[in-house]
Ligand binder design. Structure first.
Ligand SMILES: Nc1ncnc2c1ncn2[C@@H]1O[C@H](COP(=O)(O)OP(=O)(O)OP(=O)(O)O)[C@@H](O)[C@H]1O
Length: 359
């Protein structure tokens, strides 16, 4: 047994719920052997709290099988990097990656998805922010249980409201009377979104989820032109009318070179809370087929359930894992696919090179 043979063995171990090995991720470092046993560091480019126990077991088994019973001391750390965005847009202090959650059609569950993905990412160990950009119907403060709270001001900036002590939340609803927003014109909408993003004091956010309004209007245009977006998630129901609009949203992102990280099919089946009977109210597999056509991951197929609707209305998205662990697990699996797709996106090295000015 030496550090090289241990590293080689570890490199071949498959990370749970993925087709990646520790070697693929260059996760293993600082392998040492002393009288206590084997010590090593594992570094990941995405959050892994949800699978660390299983991974630890795989490592223990592999080491024991190869080298016998040897105490193992594993230190896990995250190195979530900043990834590539559209060229020429200003970066946002304190935010590494922006994920836009979009749908073509309204009411398909985009806000529900945004809130639950944010909670899942946070449970997985990432630092998460949510920006509610749905000017015509902001719902994140309600869903995340911070309705009625106001961001504090500090040095001319706004400090996001904290949901469940860990998710940084900003919403147009904190700033404006959204009853008035319906009569806003394009430039005002664009201004509000930029103000929320650039004048908030984000605290080292790995993933900032932007909950967009439905459609492909002014907010989406601002997003594409002015905001450093790493990629987008498309939410749709399996229904044809929703899918047609979802494709429009996809086209818009593709035109501006914002990658699509995946499709999440919401309201795939209805599960009756009384008898558990399932029914495909909005058709079947539409989102799955859209994902296949686009060649992007299907992040999940989420059922329509009373518990989810109630959790969103009651502001308990943050404790859905206790109320309905099966549904929270589906969101966790979706978030896991999402962060893997994001990690495959090129890194942003633009800050490392000096600007070359030709005079
Ligand atoms: N999987 C689900 N199960 C139960 N209820 C759901 C589910 N997804 C969404 N809902 C409910 O459907 C309604 C619409 O969802 P949501 O507000 O997330 O949609 P949206 O696409 O963001 O809508 P908008 O067009 O207002 O932006 C909400 O009351 C929400 O609680």
């Amino acid at each position: 047994m030496n550090t090289q043979s241990i590293t080689t063995l570890l490199n071949s171990i498959i990370i749970p719920a993925s087709n990646r090995t520790l070697g693929n991720e260059k996760a293993v470092s600082n392998v040492t052997i002393d009288n206590d046993g084997i010590h090593l560091d594992l570094t990941f480019p995405y959050p892994v709290a949800h699978l660390i126990e299983e991974l630890q077991q795989r490592i223990d088994q592999a080491i024991t099988a190869e080298f016998g019973d040897t105490p193992l001391f594993v230190q896990v750390q995250l190195a979530i990097g900043k990834h590539k965005v559209q060229p020429g847009v200003q970066t946002i202090a304190g935010v590494k990656n922006i994920i836009a959650v979009a749908s073509g059609k309204g009411g398909v569950g985009k806000s529900t998805t945004s809130a639950n993905l944010a909670v899942a990412l946070s449970r997985m160990g990432a630092r998460v922010g949510v920006l509610d950009a749905d000017i015509y119907g902001p719902s994140q403060p309600t869903m995340l249980g911070v309705a009625g709270q106001e961001p504090r001001q500090h040095a001319g900036q706004m400090i996001p409201v904290m949901a469940a002590g860990e998710i940084q939340v900003m919403s147009v609803g904190f700033l404006v009377d959204t009853d008035q927003a319906v009569i806003w014109r394009g430039p005002m909408v664009s201004q509000a979104l930029q103000q929320l993003l650039f004048q908030s004091q984000w605290d080292d956010v790995d993933y900032l989820i932007i909950d967009l309004p439905p459609g492909t209007g002014d907010i989406q245009l601002t997003l594409a032109q002015k905001i450093p977006v790493t990629g987008a998630v498309i939410v749709t129901t399996p229904q044809d009318v929703a899918l047609i609009d979802a494709r429009k949203a996809v086209n818009m992102f593709q035109k501006v070179n914002i990658p699509i990280f995946g499709v999440l099919e919401n309201m795939s089946v209805h599960i009756c809370s009384q008898c558990g009977h399932t029914e495909s109210i909005f058709g079947q597999d539409g989102g799955k087929e859209l994902a296949a056509t686009l060649g992007v991951p299907l992040l999940g197929q989420l059922p329509l359930t009373l518990t989810v609707r109630e959790a969103m209305d009651n502001g308990t998205a943050c404790i859905l894992a206790q109320q309905q662990p099966e549904i929270a697990n589906l969101y966790e699996q979706a978030a896991w696919k999402l962060v893997q797709a994001l990690a495959d996106q090129g890194k942003d090295y633009s800050q490392r090179f000096p600007k070359i000015v030709v005079e």
